[in-house]
Ligand binder design. Structure first.
Ligand code: DQA
Length: 137
């Protein structure tokens, strides 16, 4: 099983960024633990702050990988292009958010990703990524 986690803008700052919302662990540390936990899964990670690079990555992996775990971060709420890319590819996408976006500002309640996603997980911190991996198993 080949899966990839794709993280959008500012998620490279996890651990330092608003820790009360996003926790104090870096994604790299969390990702190593996740890879160890799911040793039977070929699990990759990609992060970019650039919308077009995220679209390029979705197109690159989206016809061969078994699943994509996508936290498009702020682009979730703004990017028609990312939403279109999710609908254009074959691989199933699970949308993840670390925080409970429904309990935050109204602009975070809208997602351009959800309509094309297999499912959505939010509000469980980094554990959401683990739940997403499990959903593919
Ligand atoms: C986020 C929620 C988004 O609204 C925000 O812009 C992020 C992170 C989350 O994981 O909770 O950058 O996607």
């Amino acid at each position: 099983m080949k899966l990839i986690i794709i993280n959008g803008p500012n998620l490279n700052l996890l651990g330092k960024r608003e820790p009360e919302l996003y926790g104090s662990k870096t994604f790299e540390d969390f990702f190593s633990q996740l890879q160890f936990k799911f040793r039977e899964v070929q699990l990759e990670y990609f992060q970019s702050n650039i919308e077009g690079e995220l679209i390029d990555k979705l197109q690159e992996v989206g016809f061969s990988y078994d699943g994509i775990i996508l936290n498009a971060a702020a682009y979730t709420h703004t990017s028609v292009g990312l939403g279109d890319a999710v609908k254009a590819i074959d691989s199933p996408v699970v949308e993840v958010h670390i925080s409970n976006i429904a309990s935050r500002e109204p602009f975070r309640h809208e997602s351009h990703i959800s309509a094309g996603a297999r499912g959505v997980i939010f509000g469980f911190g980094l554990q959401g990524y683990e739940l997403a991996v499990r959903s593919f198993l």
